[in-house]
Design a protein around this ligand. Structure first.
Ligand code: AGP
Length: 609
């Protein structure tokens, strides 16, 4: 997510803005910029790269003035570049804006503005807002902001600066964080508390639909119709480091709890208005495009590979297209049978994993069409794939991937529906069921995250174990693989996932008394067999934690413990069933005193073979 800062007061704004932006660097960004009113005009300075590049660029001619806005950009629309960096302005330079989020209807607004003669200097959705300010300007800054807000759809935190009324900043939000820091003779705006905690701990936490008019001596908050809103002052008690984690103890836990929003943002604009339809404007495939595709390869590493296994299931089930999955480091060396009749889908959170990038290049060399599913705009994999579908999980800082995984599943499910409909293989009825249940997922994740006491107890009880098994069949097996990876990579417990049907072929020999075995049992078509596998390990005195759908009346008769996930269509169960496994890994690692965010020997992005 982007970082936003604003300042209005008696001090020079530039150093305060840069300092605030540096406190938001942890969120991940690819470019940065500031805009300061210097008494006559608004001086905008911005560039691609780190904050240091911006400091070097303005050295010796720092913008002078006591009101300004700043931004660290995490690209969503438009590659990382100087021209796409924020702040953005209209052609006159009188209206300047910084933005965090996605303007969903920016293309239609851009068309409207282009027809009215506006000329754009960037590829971003945000620049449309600045031009719309100029287009709608009626001589009053606040009323113009309100007119603009009424025209935009999507998710946003916005801060506006207007050269005609430089004694105020105006800010608003929808589905994105925004706080106001209350100073003495000065006030601060930020997308996140770390940026202002060094100046004041007295804040307003803004809510959707609220508009704040911020001068150096006052902050007035009202709604879109001008009705005043009395905000309660929220005193921040966190220290700076905790503030970066939004009050969570670790980035991993913060990112687990960001999953409702990450999933919502990833679905935004892609769930068609008609139930059962999916839109991928960035793909715009037709039946003809797919006619030439005889086989799909899904290639990735680690957690992304586990998402790929689920993706294979979706594409084969809904689109009836053959899919091969490979671990990237294996794909490259097995002389794969790839040609121009193949589509290669690579999945990568970072978009920089060298094995995955190399597999992508190999597939291209062999003539395949390529598509990337990645979380980082402008990453190497995003740039080299023929087409890209982004997950909008926001920066993932913890080494253990959580929100990236669930958003990858969401993308693969939507892709399965999209391709299945295009190929005429997916029934309207099932498509409608899937998209209807998809809409419920963010709220269901939120509800699950509200009650984690049972998982904390299991983590304490089994945290001292040196081994653990994860079992499942079909989609449950793929989630078991992900659950085992989570547990082993941050708690160092030797956790292995097996296809439950494999037990008798050897692994049952490892089952001993007291061994914790997590059994996923969400898939109705293989449920009876999963139950019999569960009984096999129970017969060897293992301790079984089952993951089952709410309403399952059988499982608690055979398992020692059951964690229920909300009822959803079995195809969507992986998206929910992984949550208790993420939390189990997290709390087990805590129990063992492990470094949750930076586990030993591991890096967030494996950019070497
Ligand atoms: C996930 O928890 C791991 N940190 C790791 O397996 C990761 O998924 C893998 O390295 C792939 O990374 P990528 O998605 O950035 O390509």
């Amino acid at each position: 997510m982007c970082g936003i800062v604003g300042y209005i007061g008696n001090q020079q704004a530039c150093p305060i803005l840069l300092d605030g932006m540096s406190k938001l660097e942890y969120r991940g960004y690819d470019s940065a910029g500031i805009a300061v009113y210097d008494g006559k005009r608004i001086d905008i300075e911005k560039c691609v790269g780190r904050l240091q590049a911006l400091r070097i660029k303005i050295q010796g001619h720092e913008p002078q003035g006591t009101v300004g806005i700043g931004h660290t950009r995490w690209a969503t629309h438009g590659r990382p570049s100087d021209r796409n960096a924020h702040p953005h302005c209209d052609e006159s330079g009188r209206f300047v804006v910084v933005h965090n989020g996605i303007i969903e209807n920016y293309l239609e607004l851009k068309e409207y503005l282009l027809e009215k003669g506006h000329r754009f200097s960037s590829d971003t959705d945000t620049e449309v807002v600045a031009h719309l300010m100029a287009d709608q300007y009626d001589g009053d800054f606040l009323s113009t902001v309100k007119k603009v807000i009424r025209r935009i759809d999507g998710s946003y935190s916005l801060v506006f600066l207007c050269a005609d009324e430089p004694d105020k900043l105006i800010t608003t939000k929808k589905d994105n964080p925004l706080v106001i820091g209350l100073g003495e003779g000065e006030n601060f705006i930020a997308s996140d508390i770390p940026a202002i905690i060094g100046h004041t701990r007295r804040t307003y936490i803004m809510s959707d639909g609220e508009i704040a008019i911020v001068t150096k001596d006052a902050v007035r908050v009202e709604d879109l119709n001008g009705n005043p809103i009395n905000k309660k002052v929220y005193n921040v008690t966190w220290n700076a480091e905790a503030a970066e984690k939004g009050g969570f103890e670790h980035f991993m836990l913060k990112e687990i709890y960001e999953q409702p929003k990450a999933v919502r943002e990833t679905m935004r604009g892609r769930l068609g208005k008609e139930e059962g339809t999916i839109d991928f404007p960035e793909l715009n495939w037709t039946k003809a495009d797919l006619r030439g595709i005889k086989k799909v390869f899904i290639v990735a590493c680690g957690t992304a590979y586990h998402a790929g296994l689920v993706g294979k299931y979706y594409l084969e089930k809904f689109a009836r297209i053959p899919v091969e999955t490979d671990i990237a480091s294996e794909f490259r060396y097995r002389d794969p049978l790839v040609d121009s009749s193949c589509l290669m889908i690579v999945i990568s959170q970072s978009g920089e994993t060298s094995d995955t990038l190399a597999a992508l290049r190999e597939a291209k060399r062999l003539g395949a069409r390529t598509m990337a599913v990645t979380n980082v705009v402008g990453s190497s994999i995003a740039r080299e794939a023929d087409q890209v579908v982004y997950t909008y999980a926001g920066p993932e800082i913890a080494v253990a991937s959580t929100k990236a995984y669930t958003t990858q599943l969401i993308v693969m499910l939507m892709l399965g529906i999209y391709v299945g409909r295009l190929r005429g293989e997916l029934s309207d009825e099932l498509a409608r069921t899937l998209t209807r249940d998809l809409r419920e997922i963010p709220e269901q994740i939120h509800a699950m995250l509200e009650d984690t006491e049972q998982i904390k107890i299991f983590a304490k009880r089994y945290g001292s174990s040196e081994n653990a098994f994860f079992l499942g069949r079909s989609l449950d097996y793929f989630v078991a693989l992900e659950g085992a990876l989570k547990l082993k990579e941050i708690s160092y417990i030797h956790a292995e996932a097996y296809a439950a049907g494999e037990l008798k072929h050897g692994t049952l020999a490892l089952v001993v008394e007291g061994l914790p075995v997590i059994v996923l049992a969400t898939q109705a078509d293989v449920y009876p067999k999963t139950i019999s596998n569960l009984k096999e390990v129970k017969a060897r005195e293992a301790e079984v934690i089952a993951i089952a759908l709410q309403g399952d009346r059988e499982i608690d008769k055979v398992a020692d413990h059951v964690i229920y996930v909300p009822k959803t269509d079995k195809f969507l169960a992986p998206i929910l069933a992984v949550l208790p496994l993420q939390l189990l890994a997290y709390y087990a690692a805590l129990t063992r005193g492990c470094d949750v965010d930076k586990p030993r020997n591991l890096a967030k992005s494996v950019t070497v073979e």
